[in-house]
Design a protein around this ligand. Structure first.
Ligand code: 4FV
Length: 249
């Protein structure tokens, strides 16, 4: 899968891509990620990428020309883009479903804003979608771009060694993940649930499904509206909602 990221802080993005799963996948070529310096697409000797807002007001706005020139060059060098994502708090909030959808594409371009924002004509004419990673204001679109490359990249087959772990991820089944434990079996008086030490894989799988559901009911009940539950989980859900919780510990 190919990603092109346009930013005025290429080193910040390069550093964020260097480690872990994404870093290894980049080295192996599974993820082909190119980071572009927006200033390389300016035509003036001061490499200006921003300007004062029409209508006045504080701060600066990213100019349209360098961004359009960058995407034109990326298309010329790297082929057509299946999606051009504009990172912005005004975008639709990114979800695991978006990650799965984008992971089915071949080539994604990500545009990182800075300053007060980006000239609206970029959103109107250049971006295919506007994406937010959450309802808070950051100082730039670089961290959102890294979040999306990580969430999408790890769904590309072969990027995460053990496919199972991707399948078992939170939200993959629309529920929060079950609790995880590792050695020691007892720590500061806290014991790992016996079922996990039982070696009884059927019981362990059942306990984990039940815990994932219980956590989702307690912490993110709104997720239940879209989570595909089987008959047993629907029965557990009625138990939980009746306040019953026997047999889960
Ligand atoms: C953001 C977000 C975000 C807004 C102005 C960058 C900043 C500055 N992007 N999800 N939340 N962007 O806060 O995606 O240009």
């Amino acid at each position: 899968m190919r990603f092109d990221i346009v930013t005025i802080f290429p080193e910040m993005v390069e550093n964020g891509l260097a480690a872990g799963v994404v870093g290894r996948a980049r080295q192996s070529g599974l993820l082909d990620i190119v980071v572009h310096n927006l200033r390389d697409f300016t035509i003036d000797r001061h490499r200006v990428v921003d300007d004062v807002p029409f209508g006045g007001g504080p701060g600066m706005v990213l100019k349209p020309e360098p961004l359009f020139a960058a995407v034109d060059e990326i298309r010329a060098q790297r082929g057509p883009a299946d999606a051009v994502l504009m990172m912005s708090p005004a975008g639709r909030v990114f979800t695991q479903a978006d990650a799965r959808r984008l992971a089915r594409l071949q080539h994604v371009v990500l545009l990182c804003g800075r300053y007060e924002g980006v000239d609206e004509r970029v959103r109107e004419q250049l971006a295919s979608e506007e994406v937010s990673i959450g309802d808070y204001v950051l100082s730039g679109g670089e961290l959102p771009a890294l979040v999306i490359v990580d969430a999408v990249g790890r769904l590309v087959p072969g990027v995460v060694g053990d496919e199972q772990s991707v399948e078992a991820d939170s939200f993959t089944r629309g529920l929060l993940d079950h609790p995880h434990y590792t050695r020691p079996a007892e720590y500061r008086g806290q014991r790992v649930p016996d079922v996990l030490l039982s070696g009884h894989h059927g019981e362990i799988r059942k306990w984990r499904r039940r815990q994932a559901l219980k956590r989702t009911v307690e912490r993110r009940p709104e997720l239940l509206a879209t989570a595909p539950l089987d008959d047993e989980e629907r029965k557990w859900l009625r138990d939980f909602q009746r306040g019953g919780d026997e047999g889960s510990e």
